[in-house]
Design a protein around this ligand. Structure first.
Ligand code: CA
Length: 225
């Protein structure tokens, strides 16, 4: 895989560069936000690892601007802050996942596997999934509602894909964590609720019928009202 690492702390950058290279990834390093944004626009990357606190242009702005150009590349945000608000800001800016420093290298590898597996599902065309006037095309990575194209981040897309495959069935947060985040690292955060809210804003807020339903204490179900 070709990975862009945007990290201004030389020790962290060197450690990640060494570790990821040993995993046979090709790693380009950018030491500030502007350089990172430039490389992200120029290079074809399979993954971007983006520190949040960067000189030049901070990670959130870099993330927003990458998303404005290319909505597909998975972005893993690194944050030293660890506060829920900062995590949510990162996700809101279009990151697909975040990792709080300091983290174990094995956890970074697990997150990378989860984020990039979806991008390599092979060339076989998968059937378009539908519910009411919502469609999701797994091959073209396209979502529409009432004929309008809906822009989703990679993680939002994966979550909606999972909900659509299980439409009419109640899925728990644990199901979602395991199947969409592909991890058992439960940070105790409300990340799933945050993502459900992102999806609601994009596919339900301006449309009827509402399709995403919350069952208090049980989870979520995607169905027509
Ligand atoms: Ca930093």
């Amino acid at each position: 895989m070709k990975i862009l690492l945007v990290e201004d702390e030389p020790k962290v950058a060197a450690f990640l560069y060494k570790g990821l290279s040993e995993q046979t990834h090709t790693v380009d390093v950018a030491m500030d936000g502007l350089q990172g944004l430039h490389q992200a626009s120029e290079g074809q990357y399979d993954l971007i690892i983006l520190d949040q606190m960067l000189p030049g242009l901070n990670g959130l702005d870099v993330c927003r601007r990458i998303r404005a150009e290319n909505t597909r590349v998975p972005i893993l945000m690194l944050t030293a802050l660890g506060e829920t608000d900062d995590k949510i800001r990162g996700l809101d800016a279009g990151a697909d996942d975040y990792l709080v420093k300091p983290f174990a290298f094995q956890e970074l590898l697990a997150r990378i596997r989860a984020l990039t597996r979806r991008g390599h599902e092979g060339p076989a065309a998968e059937a378009v999934l539908r519910l009411a006037d919502l469609t999701l095309d797994p091959t073209r990575k396209m979502v529409t509602r009432a004929g309008h194209l809906i822009q989703l981040t990679a993680r939002e897309f994966a979550l909606l894909h999972f909900l659509l495959r299980n439409q009419g069935r109640v899925v728990s947060r644990v199901d979602i964590l395991e199947q969409v985040w592909e991890t058992s690292f439960d940070t105790g955060s409300n990340v799933i609720d945050v993502y459900i809210n992102f999806l609601r804003k994009k596919i339900d807020k301006d449309f009827t019928p509402k399709l995403i339903h919350t069952l208090v204490g049980m989870g979520y179900v995607l169905k027509e009202d």
